[in-house]
Design a protein around this ligand. Structure first.
Ligand code: 3PG
Length: 385
């Protein structure tokens, strides 16, 4: 693999580069306005951008936001471009390829293209789309570790058409996560929560070959609780293949919450999992783990040699349902294990609590981090080899 930091001024001077980053950040409502909840994924791209600008390269930044089906104005990168302008006042935002080409001809040094997933062919890893994309520049840099588990055109197919190298954040991710791959100190405890249940269950299964225990958050536990015959009310639910569920249970390494907190018409309601089937009104949603679960999970965390955390344990943005996630964050921060946290929402939570510097590494990746640490080959990284 070739690394951006190895590139000299001579090699970069005047070059038009395509820089793939991950700006898939969470937004929250503050004083009636939608604001970026945590800009770690944005600031993580500054090292590569600064290096390229200092060496007089011209940059076209490629990024996705959410999972749009075609053009969706709600998922525009416009707010991200405003945030970038705080640091790079000359940044230009381009909605189309034509606009990018025009701005590039005008010698604009930093252009952000609209959400790459608005374009047909991106999610299909289309070679035709990658060819079009590649025609915009002469060097491709992948600095988007967090999306490198997705075989998308701006991550994989593009590397067939341009010299392709590793960006500075990507290099940092590989260096730090490789420490866990090469030196496992048992017990290896993994905490997985958050949404994207369908994506995460197979990732947890892969991780089980390395991890000793996986502690599961409230949302992601739903298909598992249902498979055990428990009602889960109106809680967000994504079907998971039976064989995936069987693998999880047969590993005997999975710990499910023993109690949870429900949102009901009477407000937050703690309940034991074993009592879930006694509730007649199924209009509730499971939004946090309960006290017993916090105690149990904390014991595993205290005894761990390595801790990997991705995904909050409940709806931490709501004060009524933040207790589980916050307690677990503090428990991890206080442990003497080698600890890594990753994923947009989880990193936002850790930053909000002022605990980031207690971690050995804060990864920009969520699913990508779990996938990489389970020993999987990430298509976006393999394509750079
Ligand atoms: C993430 O948020 O984990 C990455 O940006 C990937 O997003 P995706 O799960 O929508 O592909």
């Amino acid at each position: 693999m070739k690394f951006l930091r190895e590139y000299t001024r001579k090699e970069l001077d005047g070059k038009q580069v395509l820089l793939r980053v991950d700006y898939n950040v969470a937004f929250v409502e503050r004083n009636g306005k939608k604001v970026i909840s945590d800009d770690y994924r944005i600031t993580s791209s500054f090292a590569s951008i600064d290096y390229l600008l200092a060496n007089n390269a011209k940059i076209i930044v490629l990024a996705h936001f959410g999972d749009p089906k075609g053009v969706d104005p709600i998922l525009t990168l416009q707010p991200i471009s405003e945030r970038l302008k705080d640091r790079y006042a000359d940044l230009e935002f381009a909605k189309t390829f034509e606009e990018v080409s025009q701005k590039s001809k005008e010698n604009k040094h930093l252009i952000l293209l609209e959400n790459i997933r608005f374009f047909e062919g991106e999610k299909e890893n289309s070679n035709e789309f990658a060819t079009k994309l590649a025609s915009l520049g002469s060097l491709y840099i992948n600095d988007a570790f967090a999306v490198s588990h997705r075989p998308n055109a701006s991550v994989v197919a593009i590397t067939k058409h341009l010299p392709s190298i590793v960006g500075m954040q990507m290099e940092k991710e590989l260096t730090n996560l490789d420490k866990i791959l090469t030196n496992v100190t048992h017990p290896f405890v993994c905490i997985v929560g958050g949404a994207k249940i369908g994506t995460k269950v197979p990732l947890i299964n892969n991780l089980l070959s390395r991890a000793d225990t996986v502690l599961v958050g409230s949302g992601i536990a739903c298909p598992l609780l249902r498979a055990q015959g428990y009602a889960t009310g109106k809680t967000i639910y994504e079907a998971v293949e039976k064989k995936e569920l069987t693998m999880l249970f047969e590993s005997h390494k999975i710990l499910l919450p023993q109690d949870v907190v429900l949102e009901t018409d009477k407000g937050p309601t703690p309940i034991k999992i074993s009592d879930l089937n006694t509730i007649s009104n199924q209009e509730y949603v499971i939004l946090d783990v309960g006290e017993e679960t916090i105690k149990e999970y904390t014991k595993y965390i205290a005894g761990a040699g390595i801790i990997v955390w991705n995904g909050p344990l409940g709806l931490f943005e709501n004060p009524d349902f933040k207790k589980g996630s916050e307690a677990i964050a503090h428990a991890i921060a206080n442990s003497s294990a080698f600890k890594v946290v990753g994923g947009g929402e989880t990193v936002s939570l850790v930053h909000g609590l002022g605990l980031a510097d207690k971690f050995d590494f804060v990864s920009t990746g969520g699913g990508a981090m779990i996938s990489y640490l389970s020993g999987e080959k990430l298509p976006g990284i393999e394509a750079l080899k």
